[in-house]
Design a protein around this ligand. Structure first.
Ligand code: NDP
Length: 263
């Protein structure tokens, strides 16, 4: 577990991740390993920020000389509002996870990072189903169709899935089934050990089930029982973090070392 600092009492450092909760973030150790391996003198810390305090917290970190910040749940939309110059992808997604505090630019590396992680998967086709319609679903919905996927979406609250389907040109399904080549769980159900009502009897045994949450989640356990291949959220953590690192510093991130740092 990280030492967590309140934003009003932030230590001297260069980069930070802000969130609520933030204690379990693996980002500090992942970025710190990258700086050390490249001989960079930077420090990356975890900072607790409550909802509604993002703007004040970012102003404070900027005044303390921080160069960059990663925003995580639930602050990505507020982080976008703080930025004066968000790029077009962050605007399209409606959320920023990577901020440059010096020039107030911002981007979102979740969507491109997600695409990076697909390269290591031996997908048998291009039919994808997104489960969920929150911030991370938006990041994926914004990039997946352009990468050649035919994308469907399901969400517990159907009206939110309908909105995303209309905005990003996706097909909406009423009942999620596992017959897709790529089944992406972007819901936070796994965090509370809740079960998503997926029809696993129709599972595609050549398909991949991908959970954005880390570890052996109930969703991934069910997918394994249904003979699907699985991937958890650690690959995305590294991919989005490596892209943030590169966006801030213009140097290729040591992805293998970063992966090793979070195991
Ligand atoms: P949001 O809060 O924006 O969205 C949550 C989504 O989960 C909503 O669609 C919500 O449905 C759904 N949901 C919550 N509980 C349940 C449940 N019990 N059953 C079914 N659906 C449920 O969260 P984010 O999209 O920002 O993040 C989602 C998860 O992805 C988080 O756990 C986060 O940690 C993880 N994540 C991991 C990343 C990584 O690097 N590995 C990157 C980004 C996110 P409804 O609309 O009906 O409420």
């Amino acid at each position: 577990m990280n030492p967590v600092h309140d934003w009003r009492d932030a230590p001297t450092a260069d980069f930070a991740v802000i969130g609520d909760p933030i204690t379990h973030s693996l980002s500090p150790q992942m970025h710190q390993v990258a700086y050390t391996s490249l001989g960079m003198p930077y420090r990356y810390v975890a900072i607790h920020v409550s909802v509604g305090e993002v703007s004040n917290a970012l102003d404070n970190l900027k005044s303390l000389g921080y160069r960059g910040v990663n925003a995580t749940v639930p602050h990505k939309a507020e982080a976008l509002k703080w930025a004066s110059h968000p790029d077009s992808l962050a605007q399209r997604i409606g959320a920023a996870n990577t901020l440059n505090l010096i020039d107030r630019t911002a981007t979102n590396t979740d969507g491109p990072g997600f695409l990076d992680t697909l390269a290591s998967l031996d997908l048998s086709g291009n039919h994808a189903l997104i489960l969920g319609a929150g911030g991370s679903a938006r990041a994926i919905a914004a990039v997946l169709p352009q990468a050649g996927f035919e994308v469907s979406i399901w969400n517990r609250s159907a009206s939110r899935a309908e909105e995303l389907a209309a905005e990003f040109g996706l097909a909406q399904v009423d009942t999620p089934c596992a017959g897709f080549d790529l089944l992406i769980n972007t819901t936070s159900a796994s965090l509370s050990d809740s079960i998503i009502p997926v029809n696993w009897s129709l599972a595609n045994s050549k398909g991949v089930a991908y959970d954005l949450v880390y570890g052996q989640t109930p969703f991934l356990r069910q997918a394994t029982q249904a003979s699907m291949k699985t991937l958890d959220g650690k690959a995305l953590l590294v991919a989005q973090g490596a892209r943030s690192f590169e966006w801030w510093l213009g140097v290729e991130a040591p992805r293998q070392l970063m992966t090793g740092a979070i195991q």
